[in-house]
Structures are given as C-alpha cells and as structure tokens.
Design a protein around this ligand. Structure first.
Ligand code: NDP
Length: 273
C-alpha cells in the first residue's frame, strides 16, 4: 500500500492541502496518498495514535491543533519549539518529529516568489497569534533593520518579543504607538480579514512603494489590502504563496524531494480585486 499522509484540523472541509500535495506528488513522481482528517476536539492524541497505528507516515496540522501537535511530538525543531506550535509531523518508529514550516513558507514566498528582501528593511508584523509565533525566528534570520510587532492585546506581543530576546530585539507595541512610524514591509498576520475586519493600523505606516502582505488567502482585496493600496503601498500580496511554500517544505521533509510551487500558486491564486 502507498505511504499515507493527511492534514488534521477541525473543521477541515475548507482545506486545500490534499489538492496541493496531490499536485506535488504527481509532479515529483511520488506514489503516496494524502487525505483530510477531521480531528474531534479534545481527542487529538487518540486520533493521531490511530492514524499511526494504521501506518500513517506524516501529518500537516491546522487550526486548532498546532499546540497539541507540539505537545505530541517527541522531538521538536528549534523553529517549532520557539513557535510553541507544530504544523507538520513525521512518524519514524516510536519517534514523532515536529516542525513548523509556516514562517519558512512565508519568508520563501516573500523573498523568492515576490522578490522582496527582508534584510536591512523595516518590517511590521500585525498580530501575535500562531502565525506570528511561527514567523518570528525565520524573520529574525533574514536580519531586517527593525522588526516591530503590533497587537490588539499588547501583552501578547510583549511576551513574544521577550521569548525571542536572545535572538534579536523585537519592538512590541500597540497600534496607537505605530503613529509616526513607516515600514517597508507590512504583514497582516491577524485573523481580522477572515471576518472582513480591518486591524487598526494607521494609513501612515505604509512607506511609499512598500509591500503589503495579507497572510489570509483567497479573499481578494481585504480591508487591510484596500487600506494599503490607498496609502501608497507598491505591491499587494496574499498568503497563497505562503500556503504553497509551507506545503512544499513539508513535502520535501517527508519525501526527500522539493516540488516546484509555481503551478499550485497559479491554480489557487484569487485575483486581488
Ligand atoms: P490566531 O487566532 O492565532 O491569532 C489571531 C490574531 O489576530 C491575534 O493576534 C488577534 O489579536 C488578532 N486579531 C483578530 N481580530 C482582530 C481585529 N479585528 N483587529 C486586530 N487584531 C485582531 O490566528 P493565526 O495566527 O493562526 O492566523 C492569523 C492569520 O494568518 C489568519 O488570517 C490565517 O488565515 C493566516 N494564516 C495563513 C497561513 C498561510 O499559509 N497563508 C498559515 C497560517 C495562518 P488578540 O491577540 O488581541 O486577540
């Protein structure tokens, strides 16, 4: 029987992962099965135990199980440990390896697909949830000139900045404190867009010609991207490339070969209008 992988989440009907990994498997000539698994809330470990007992080789993990997956893993990468969240698991005998490819996928999309360097730039991240946790270390590795974290609940941003203080100085602040500051790359890593809401980022935060990146994908021109466009941003992007790139990282980790992501990105892109 072919190797079995899956994505686990709740709900899971919206997931694009089986489609993406199906494309990757075909393009790399890999024989594998990839399905979607709805994990009952409060029964993550039992569900994964059963998947492993059935011969499952690895899982992508999505909302709301990324922290439970972190606790389930026997070995964590530094990225996953620092994020306190795992978005990919690999099963090797009794060993459960935990990884977090979200931040890597985001950096790869920005630097490789979109051609924007983070190095030496003023970078602003909005939000302090799971996506930001995953992004912090990969962002720090790119050596931006400054990295600022603004969150509605300021204490969460302050805690995150303190957790990475041994790696770099991250400026944690409220949205109000962004007044008078400008940034070359602005990332909306809040979940506001999922409800059609706008995080209270001042229009003046967008430096002329900056990159405005919405981590949510498939939503077209969100309120954040609309504000960025009206405020002089030079380039708008959503998280479809991040999605494709983090999946490619997991695929390479499991299968030893990295698929090309361009077809997947082209197929899943929803125009930003
Ligand atoms: P979390 O639920 O962990 O965090 C949500 C964050 O959004 C919190 O910081 C919260 O602030 C903030 N927030 C929510 N609503 C508002 C609002 N109206 N105004 C200001 N801030 C708000 O979410 P995730 O980190 O998991 O996901 C964040 C986004 O990233 C989502 O849009 C998700 O779809 C996207 N994402 C995309 C991926 C991709 O591959 N493209 C992968 C992972 C995530 P507070 O702390 O004050 O509550």
């Amino acid at each position: 029987m072919s190797d079995h992988y899956a994505v686990i989440g709740n709900p899971i009907s919206q997931t694009k992962s089986p489609l993406i990994h199906g494309w990757y498997a075909r393009s790399c000539g890999q024989t594998m099965r990839y399905t979607a698994l709805e994990g009952p809330l409060g029964r993550f470990a039992e569900t994964v135990d059963a998947f492993r007992a059935d011969g499952g080789r690895g899982l992508n993990v999505t909302v709301p199980f990324k922290m439970e997956a972190c606790a389930y893993a026997t070995t964590l990468s530094e990225r996953a440990r620092l994020a306190g969240a795992v978005n990919a698991l690999k099963f090797e005998g009794d060993e459960v390896l935990g990884e977090n490819f979200d931040g890597m996928g985001l950096v790869r999309d920005v630097t490789h697909n979109l051609g924007f360097a983070l190095r030496g730039k003023r970078v602003l991240l909005l939000g302090a949830g799971g996506a930001v946790r995953g992004a912090l270390l990969p962002f720090i590795h790119e050596q931006p000139a400054s990295l600022t974290l603004a969150n509605r609940t300021l204490s969460k941003a302050v805690t995150l900045a303190a957790e990475v203080a041994s790696h770099a100085t991250v400026n944690a602040c409220s949205y109000e404190a962004l007044a008078g500051q400008q940034f070359d790359l602005v990332f909306n890593a809040t979940s506001a867009s999922l409800r059609g809401e706008l995080p209270p980022v001042p229009a003046t935060a967008f430096a002329p010609g900056c990159l405005a990146y919405e981590l949510a994908y498939g939503k077209g021109l969100t309120p954040f991207l609309r504000l960025a466009q009206a405020s002089g941003a030079g380039y708008l992007a959503d998280g479809v490339g991040m999605l494709a790139e983090q999946a490619a990282e997991a695929f390479a980790w499991w299968r030893g070969t990295r698929p090309d992501t361009q077809t997947v990105i082209a197929q899943l892109t929803v125009p930003l209008v």
